[in-house]
Unconditional design. Structure first.
Length: 551
């Protein structure tokens, strides 16, 4: 009997007769469709297939995986048993609501698909010598000798014997790198494949115990960051393939979590609660700049992989274009993040731009590498993402540069003269300027000197007004709210008339700094960690100005 719809399920006889089973039973169409969709949409392009003891390894494509799983389900299930499972499920209830046969079938299908599509996945560092990894191109001519083959064999054996799976994925042998389309799909999908794996086995080739695992080369590679964060269930193995713990999931082992934090600075909470992307406001959302920091000191073989390996971390997708260069690839990653994340201002919680004069950037404020985030400010780690700081006007990249709306606050360099605030707000900020060793300039925010006088650049015969543009302010139709900690760009405005920046017909220059510019504004000389709200009509009175700039 082929079940094609929920109606056919509801017409099943109440008296299930197991004797009606047939050796030629075909899987119900709903189950086949769900299974085919899962295999082709969520599983790797090809997998290693082996017997329950890990022997007789084969490389099989998705379609063959689908047919093998169908045969396996038919071996362990028959029509009568399937119908009985649905009927028994329908007898269960949630509160006073009874489960319908259609819902019961959907639940049974989900259970069967999850059970029969399990696969193990390997996280490792590649062997770098003449007898290296077994790769896809070598599969048919492989021998049973060499460290690469031994790693492959032991991985499959542990997956089968200890975790009860007969499918596995290993990047070296399961990706045909000679196919550009396959390589593109594999790199884009790799985070998902690690996330959906039944178990991730991690081989630490330089480790003998939990005490020294933090020094393993695995913690310094670019791709292994997502391989650490994506899998819900992970097991570490030492250089002899012995498990480091007896735990079912090493992500829940306190000693391992401490070692991971020592090696990566990823806290236990971040390790457990991490999710890709920024789909919703949540207390578990980890700031963009902190995710970038995790990748700052990691190494990759191809420069572009610095960006490609972070796609899953930020929930974005890039086309793969080896040869474009590391900076161009990272620029495209930043652009994708700008288009995908609401609380996007934190991407500028970094040192000033480091990139070379690459014509494709169109902007001098876009970071060029995760290394820009080594000196990020930690003041934004515990933001309340339930309170939206989403810019009212989108931050966009155009051919004119980065278009961003800022709340501009003029400032005067610290001097021996009396500091008199222009309005009711005051404060100081220090900018660690790049290009001058140890040079840190301190400015008085909203100092009257910034409005009634300006510094003169004798070399250029121009006047300079300094201003700082707050990124993470909140704006509505009538008011502007300034947070306790403000993240800002610094500017030199040339030929500006005092603090009147809008009327300036001169040019502007963005400060290049070794640290992000962060400050707190004081109201009536009393610092507050809460937002200060100002009516827009009062901004001019306070010496502040809203402006959209191309940077």
């Amino acid at each position: 009997m082929d079940i094609d719809s929920s109606e056919s399920v509801q017409s099943l006889p109440m008296d299930m007769n197991k004797s009606s089973q047939s050796d030629t039973w075909n899987l119900p169409s709903n189950l086949r469709k769900a299974l085919r969709k899962h295999v082709h949409d969520q599983m790797p392009i090809r997998l290693l297939s082996f017997l329950p003891d890990g022997s007789e390894m084969e490389l099989v494509e998705r379609n063959e995986v689908f047919h093998r799983i169908v045969r396996d389900i038919k071996t362990h299930l028959n029509q009568a048993t399937y119908e009985e499972m649905i009927y028994d499920k329908s007898l269960a209830s949630t509160g006073n609501q009874q489960i319908t046969l259609a819902d019961a079938e959907e639940s049974i299908i989900l259970t069967l698909v999850q059970k029969h599509t399990r696969y193990a996945i390997l996280s490792h560092t590649w062997i770098r010598n003449e007898i290296g990894e077994v790769e896809y191109k070598d599969w048919k001519t492989r021998t049973s000798k060499g460290a690469g083959y031994e790693k492959l064999r032991i991985f499959c054996e542990i997956a089968a014997r200890q975790h009860g799976v007969t499918y596995a994925w290993m990047d070296s042998v399961c990706i045909n790198k000679e196919s550009s389309s396959e390589l593109d799909e594999s790199i884009r999908s790799m985070y998902q494949w690690y996330r959906d794996a039944y178990i991730c086995l991690t081989f630490l080739a330089d480790t003998t115990s939990i005490a020294n695992m933090r020094y393993d080369d695995w913690f310094r590679r670019g791709w292994t960051l997502q391989e650490l964060l994506a899998p819900p269930r992970l097991k570490f193995h030492d250089k002899n393939w012995d498990p480091l713990t007896s735990a079912d999931n090493d992500k829940c082992n306190s000693e391992v979590k401490d070692a991971i934090e020592a090696a990566t600075h990823i806290t236990s909470h971040e390790l457990i609660s991490f999710t890709s992307g920024y789909e919703q406001l949540s207390d578990n959302i980890i700031p963009i700049s902190r995710r970038m920091l995790w990748a700052a000191n990691r190494e990759v073989t191809r420069g572009e992989d610095t960006a490609y390996s972070l796609m899953g971390i930020f929930g974005v997708s890039l086309s793969i274009a080896y040869g474009e260069g590391a900076e161009r690839a990272f620029f495209r990653l930043v652009k994708k993040i700008l288009n995908s994340v609401a609380e996007v201002w934190d991407i500028f919680n970094c040192a000033g731009p480091l990139q070379s004069d690459c014509q494709s950037y169109h902007s001098r404020v876009i970071p060029s590498s995760p290394r820009n985030y080594l000196h990020r400010s930690t003041l934004f780690n515990d933001l309340d993402y339930g309170v939206s700081n989403t810019p009212r006007e989108p931050i966009t990249l155009t051919h004119l540069g980065l278009r961003v709306r800022l709340l501009l606050i003029p400032a005067a360099e610290l001097s021996t003269q009396l500091y008199i605030p222009f309005g009711q707000y005051s404060g100081t900020v220090t900018a660690h300027l790049r290009g001058s060793i140890g040079l840190a300039r301190t400015y008085n925010l909203l100092d009257r000197k910034a409005f009634y006088t300006s510094a003169r650049d004798r070399r250029r015969s121009t006047h300079i007004t300094v201003a700082f543009g707050i990124l993470n302010f909140v704006e509505d139709n009538d008011t502007v709210s300034i947070p306790g900690n403000s993240l800002a760009f610094g500017f030199w405005f040339y030929n500006a008339v005092g603090g009147q920046l809008t009327s300036s017909k001169g040019r502007k220059q963005v400060m290049k700094t070794d640290k992000p510019i962060v400050f707190q504004l004081a109201y009536n000389r009393t610092y507050s960690q809460y937002m200060s709200t100002i009516d827009k009509k009062d901004l001019k009175k306070e010496g502040m100005e809203l402006m959209s700039l191309y940077l």
